[in-house]
Design a protein around this ligand. Sequence first.
Ligand code: NAD
Length: 352
Amino acid sequence: MSVFDAIDFDSHEKIVFCSDPSTGLRAIIAIHNTTRGPALGGCRMWPYGHEDDALKDVLRLSRGMTYKAAISGLDLGGGKSVIIGDPKRDKTATLMRSMGRAIERLAGRYIVAEDVGTTVDDMAEIGKETQHVSGLPETLGGTGDPSPATAKGVFMGMKAAADHAGWRGGLAGRTVAVQGLGSVGSHLCRLLTDAGAHLIVTDLHDKAVEDAVRQFGAMAVAPDEIYEVEADVYAPCALGGTINDATLPRLKAWIVAGSANNPLATASHGDDLRRRGILYAPDYVINAGGLITVAEASLGHAPETTARKIDGIYDVTRAILDQADKLDIATSLAADRIAEERFRHHGPALAA
Ligand code: NAD
């Protein structure tokens, strides 16, 4: 694939292809925009079928991080990295250290964190080679697993959407279809259950589904059935692109709010959701809890201040949903416009 002509290329500042035959590392680091600060974003490890898929993913994910930092008012830019490989089979300490060396060569322009397929322990390995790492284990003075904070933000964003929709009683008594019961999805299930919501769940791993059924009294469905269950909210908490031409007509939910990055297959699916009367709480607005935690910790802010900022995702979401109504545009577009205003007019980019 030609990078500059790739459909997801968005004038990214820097794209680095990393290869280390001695450890088997094949990775791509994409820095989308550093106008607001160094590019912070997770490292995803995934068995991409083709390197074009990895490139597409990292281009889209890094762009999303720029928007996420800007909408959250953080002095950070957007970046992301992907390692091509199966985390269950191919991940080794030496591979992660090799990734750490690749990150070190970027001299702080990119700061890594965990993402799908990587963990706080992997960050500890990376941290042996570079200081440009966040989300280290708490035992090493880091902020630990960002997923509970992310789940809390998603929950606040979902609540904001429910209130915007005028649901009396918020999420209590409502049914939420949770797709993906990993780190974020499982924490979100707990928060939703505590708020009195009913759950319909799915995952590719039977064990995760069994746990949710046992712990939360959730109803389980097969992965492909989640789109058309009778639920009030669809919460995508697995991978991106799940709202597309094939799934949209099947959706029965009134609200879409989840942790997955880039759940809209294309930007036009934001308009499609709006036309169908489905309220979309934009992904990067509501899944910023983990990023906020890392950014606040780096500023030395107290945990209470961080918690308040994550709770503030409620207000940020409401303001965006109101703005979309006012301008009669898709909520995803309303969020994009606010974010773009913030990172395009923030000041000069960091020196190369
Ligand atoms: P995870 O890897 O812990 O969990 C993902 C889960 O989704 C896994 O259990 C997997 O089996 C399941 N899954 C994958 N494809 C599926 C499918 N087609 N149907 C059903 N289940 C499927 O990842 P996570 O950390 O929980 O992150 C979930 C999503 O949220 C990702 O898109 C991630 O980028 C995004 N996100 C996570 C964080 C965070 O703090 N972890 C922050 C922001 C955004």
